[in-house]
Every structure is written in C-alpha cells, then in structure tokens.
Design a protein around this ligand. Sequence first.
Ligand code: ADP
Ligand code: MG
Length: 487
Amino acid sequence: MTLEEALSKYTPVIGLEVHAQLNTKSKAYSADPNEFGAIPNTNVSPISLGHPGTLPRLNKQVIDYAIKLGLACKCEITREMHFDRKNYFYADLPKGYQITQDKTPVCRGGRVLIKDIEGKEKGIELTRIHMEEDSGKSMHDQDPFDTLIDLNRAGVPLLEIVTEPVIKNSTEAYNYLTEVRKLLRYLDVCDGNMEEGSMRCDVNISIMPKGSTEFGRRCEVKNLNSIRNVQRAIDSEIVRHAEILEAGGEIDVETRNFDATTGTTTGLRSKEAAHDYRYFPEPDLGGITITQAYIDQVESVLPALPNDLYKKYINELGLSDYDATNIVDSKSIALYFEDIIAHTKNFKSAANWLMGSVKSYLNQNAIELVDFPISAENIALLINLIDGGKINNNIASQKVFPAMLENPDKTPELIASENNWIVQDDSDELESIIKGIFESNPSETERFKNGEKKLTGFFIGLVMRETKGTADPKTTTQLLNKIIETV
Ligand code: ADP
Ligand code: MG
C-alpha cells in the first residue's frame, strides 16, 4: 500500500517525546563534568556511580533551563514540585533507578508554534516538560563478545518534552522538531544535535479510520537519530498500520526500532510486558518551591525567540516569508541581522546582503558567522553608501565587499575612496568622457544616432571602463541619450 492510499482511508495521530540533553557544566545531581567525548568512565564519581551512602545535590542550572524553556513555550510553571525515582535494572544505570519527575513535572501545558502542511500556523500543545537524568551508554558494537559501558553520561541532565497527540502527519512532526531544536538553541540550553544524541525523539503513532474520533492502538518508535528519520519512520508506520487494519488485523501495542538503512521499523518489545517502575518521591532530594520572583527573574533575561523575530521581520520590517524564515533559522544569523539593522533602515537590503554575499562566503569557506571577518556595522555602512548614491551596487559587491574581507578594520567608505570607487556624479567630467568616446568610435556613434538603441550597452561598457566602474549607470544612460543629439 502506498502512503497516499493509507492517508486516503486513515487519519494518523502522533505524539512526540523529545529528550534534550542540557549543556550545563556539571551533571544534574553531582559535580561531575558534563562533557561529550571524554575518555569513557572518567567523568564519574561515587554519586553518579550510585555508591551507598552518597547523596545527590541538585544543580540549580537545570531548573533555570527548564523554566526558560517553559516560559518560551508559554507553559504553566509548577510552583511546588519534587523528584521521583523510576526503578528499573539495567547495566548502564548503576543506581538501579533514574531520578525523574512523575507527578509534578516542572512545566505543564504550553505549545510550540509550527507551520502545518499548508504553511498555516499551528500550535502543537505540550502535555508536560519534566527534568530527569540520563543513563550511561551501553555499546554493543565496539567489542565482538562484550557490551561495553560508558558511565560518563550517567546523571547528565535532560528535559523531556511531551506533546499531546495532536500531530497529524510526518511534515508536522518534522516542522515541530525543527522548531524545538531552534528554541533549544536560541535559549542556549542544548545544542540540539540529533546525530550525536544530544536531542533524541521517540514517536508515538496510531491511525484511525477517516471521520473517526476514537484513537487507534499505538506504537512507540525509538532510535531515531535525525529529524528526517523521524519523518521516514512515521510514513513507514502509517503504511504498516494501514496494511494490518486493511487485512482485518490488530495493531500490537509495542515499542519498535527504526532501521535507517531500510527505512522501516521492527518490533522491540511488547507494551504488555511493560515495566512497573514503582515511582515514588525521591527521598534524597527535598521538595522545591518556585517563587514568582524567581520566574520573573528568568523571564527578564530570556533572549529574543525565533518566532517573535519572525513576526517582527514580517510585520514590522516588511520582509518576505522566505527571508524571515531563513534569517531566524539560525540564531547567529538572526543576531547578526539584528546588529546590521541597528545601523541601517534598509531592512530588505540587509537581508539580501546577509543571505547573499555573506552567506555564500561562509559556505564557500565552510566557516561559521563567529569567524566572519566583517562586522555587522560595516555591512550596514556599505548598504548606506549604496543607498546614498556614493557607490553603485556592482562596485559594492564586486570590489568593496572583497576588499572589506581583506581589511575588516577599514570602513567601506575609506576603502571605496582609497580605491577611487566612489561614484562619479560629476556630470561635466562624464560628459567629456562620453564626447571623447563618441569621437573615437565614429561608426558605432553613427548607428547609435540613427536609433540603434541596443548600442547603449556598448557605450556604457566603454564609460565604465574609463571610469573604472564608478560612473552611475542611470546618469550615464541619460547623458548618452542627451549628448548623441548634439553630435
Ligand atoms: P507512555 O508513558 O507510555 O510514554 P504517555 O501517556 O506519556 O505514555 O504518552 C506518550 C506520548 O504518546 C504522548 O506524546 C502522547 O501524546 C502520545 N499518545 C498517546 N496516545 C496516543 C495515540 N493513541 N496515538 C498516538 N500517540 C499517542
Ligand atoms: Mg513514552
């Protein structure tokens, strides 16, 4: 069955659970360093190893980050909360339990704004955001006989972000994850790298006959290491579920594994055999009270968020959807843009320069904006020079911009005047140049005089050559047409 056929008969229902690894300096309940890529089992201590008699201590930064994200998603912040123990046995969980939040998640409700499949704004409602710790990492593919365990990750703080079952298709899921990743990066709480596992996503999916309101039986898909794979997994599950239902079968409620090479899922374990985690309040960490003053303080230092910037660019600056989307896509680009428009009012031109010359330079040299030599202010000054008629667009992009890359400390105006690139609006001089050109090109001049307008380009070319490109093309054209009448 094709996806189209499946979608013509069934409505998918999707809920996503995202785990975001927080970029704090130390772990959630100990002073162990929280860093990716260290030598295995070096970032550990008696606390993260769960030795008897040790006590966890909460890293306050984790709460800060959780509330930041909660405020950005307009969640309700829980004022009285505690942690819970989720008990299970696994080799990469030395304590035998995970410290998480069950009954009192730090955030409830809220939403993430996305574009739906038609490009319309849609709010994806969140059920909850809660704080928890990561487990260690079991590596099954490093040694031919044994599973190796790295406990550096044990105790690294996570935020789990759970949506309501309101996502309707794989495109919405894709857009949702892109937005969440953007938010995490703008808030600077997580680097959002799915390939490295610092942002992970589980997909819950069911389908129901079109027109029905009763949800079908769901499966949970794990092991998705890119946003694109989440999309592929959803599309493959929709077809699989539809085929089973069409054949008169029933969906097994189970956890499934996504295989990126085949683009399909396989059963891992049935939900019937689900653990009873025996949650109970973590006795080693007390209750936490969040005051309004604390929330206000976190809110007062929230950075500009992608959605607000997008709306500002569309509604206040008059940029196109395309420009606005591209600029807010990356936090560093957006901040640079903000910096340019602090020095020029030509917003459209600022967007063009940034997404054009600047972005191409970054791409060609495979560098990030932090390593870009030209300051935002100098880009703005360049735009203002053009708008003020001091240099023309061609000279700006072909000559001044490359020279600015070489001399980032000089203003574009200085560079342009040092090189005689300032536009010559001195009509007298231009007139005599044009007269000279007409004299030395008698046959073309004759044809031009007889109405062969296509020769305009030929003469402009000669004028540009003689003025080293600094003549204003519009003035030149006007003068050509005026002077030709007199020769
Ligand atoms: P669990 O504890 O098994 O993970 P939750 O109730 O926390 O279950 O739900 C996890 C996710 O599953 C949520 O994102 C929720 O929106 C989603 N979900 C719940 N019911 C369905 C359903 N019938 N189809 C698809 N997704 C669902
Ligand atoms: Mg789950």
